[in-house]
Design a protein around this ligand. Sequence first.
Ligand SMILES: NC(=O)C1=CN([C@@H]2O[C@H](COP(=O)(O)OP(=O)(O)OC[C@H]3O[C@@H](n4cnc5c(N)ncnc54)[C@H](O)[C@@H]3O)[C@@H](O)[C@H]2O)C=CC1
Ligand SMILES: C[N+](C)(C)CC(=O)CC(=O)[O-]
Length: 321
Amino acid sequence: MTFITEIKTFAALGSGVIGSGWVARALAHGLDVVAWDPAPGAEAALRKRVANAWPALVQNGLAAGASRERLQFVDTVEACVRNADFIQESAPERLDLKLELHARISAAAKPDALIGSSTSGLLPSEFYEGAVHPERCVVGHPFNPVYLLPLVEVVGGQQTAPEAVQAAIKVYQALGMRPLHVRKEVPGFIADRLLEALWREALHLVNDGVATTGEIDDAIRFGAGLRWSFMGTFLTYTLAGGDAGMRHFMNQFGPALKLPWTYLPAPELSDKLIDDVVDGTTEQLGRHSISALERYRDDCLLAVLEAVRATKARHGMEFSE
Ligand SMILES: NC(=O)C1=CN([C@@H]2O[C@H](COP(=O)(O)OP(=O)(O)OC[C@H]3O[C@@H](n4cnc5c(N)ncnc54)[C@H](O)[C@@H]3O)[C@@H](O)[C@H]2O)C=CC1
Ligand SMILES: C[N+](C)(C)CC(=O)CC(=O)[O-]
């Protein structure tokens, strides 16, 4: 089984936060991009989001021929995918919607064009059930902002060909990403399972009046957040065990896992909790607009990526290690 991996035309369905991020990444890599989104005003919103991302992409280095002019916005699913070499769906996170949309996308697409979905955690076996040639359908779960963060989780469903997973990995690599093959199809995959646990505990801390949203964010960004950009939890905790490493760490801190430090089940999303979270984050936003903070975030990310890349090189390591 062979699939198209030399990509000239990238199709993006859904052009919200994530779809526009894919569009920006694909344009920056010198591709032609065709986009579709049913919302009124979607084309203008997409072009605005791409424009906001572009300075960071220029700083990061554009591929030869990369241009925002190579974005075409069309008004049907079929026109979007018909000539595409690779298709990425970033529609709302609803199983019924994705099921119907993928039946339509796959019926109109070239039979050997790979189809990726940005879903954060729905199962590909379920939403690709009605797809034509489901063997070329995968999940390619990215991270916001898609145009800068390298990680993409690649997940196959029961009908996905193993060759399609490998081919999708190749395409995402060509787009400058760091694919992670999630070998078991589980809800939430790997990363969102971890992020969701943190998010639930953060909501409990607000709900119980232990801390404000700003204090919880401080607890992350001045501590673990800094080290997470170059070292994950397992290696970090190995070092936290001193010379005896992980075995000592497990002996010393393992028992705390049985203490009631975490709740795990989510708190009820009461009106008060939602108001507290919205009020807290509004205060954190202060005078900054979302798009100004996106540019600030992009600048920080570029600096972190460059620092990590240069430091790894000094230690004889590749960025992807
Ligand atoms: N926002 C995030 O942090 C992340 C979201 N994702 C996933 O990406 C996907 C899109 O999420 P967002 O971009 O955040 O949502 P969003 O709400 O920003 O954008 C969704 C877009 O889909 C459009 N849309 C509505 N009906 C549609 C249809 N039938 N077909 C195609 N498009 C349609 C909407 O007009 C909107 O522009 C979801 O599957 C989500 O789980 C993945 C990673 C991170
Ligand atoms: C909140 N979220 C589940 C949509 C987040 C993601 O899927 C990944 C991210 O960018 O954090």
